[in-house]
Design a protein around this ligand. Sequence first.
Ligand SMILES: [Zn+2]
Length: 106
Amino acid sequence: MTPDLPPPFGIAWFRFALGFAVGAVLGSFGTMLAYRVPRRLSIVWPGSHCPSCRTPLTIADLVPLLSFIAHRGKCAHCGARIGMRYFYIELACAVAGGIIALIARP
Ligand SMILES: [Zn+2]
């Protein structure tokens, strides 16, 4: 079932937005793997936290791209800088997800 929205919010935008969101989440997961796996850290426990102050991240801190923008690239708790590479990787994966969702055929 697909939404029947008027232009410019038709099905193409819906597919792109959905693919963008899924891509951003996968990109965020990928950055977590890239950080933890080489350090031989568990990918399950502890949950997402600031590597500087070790404060567990809240749901609001875990929204890909938006939380980075909202906190201006810093930890919301201790103010430690978060590398721009995390933002760029999430953005690249989000755009790729949006494009794939647009061109993929069910
Ligand atoms: Zn912190």
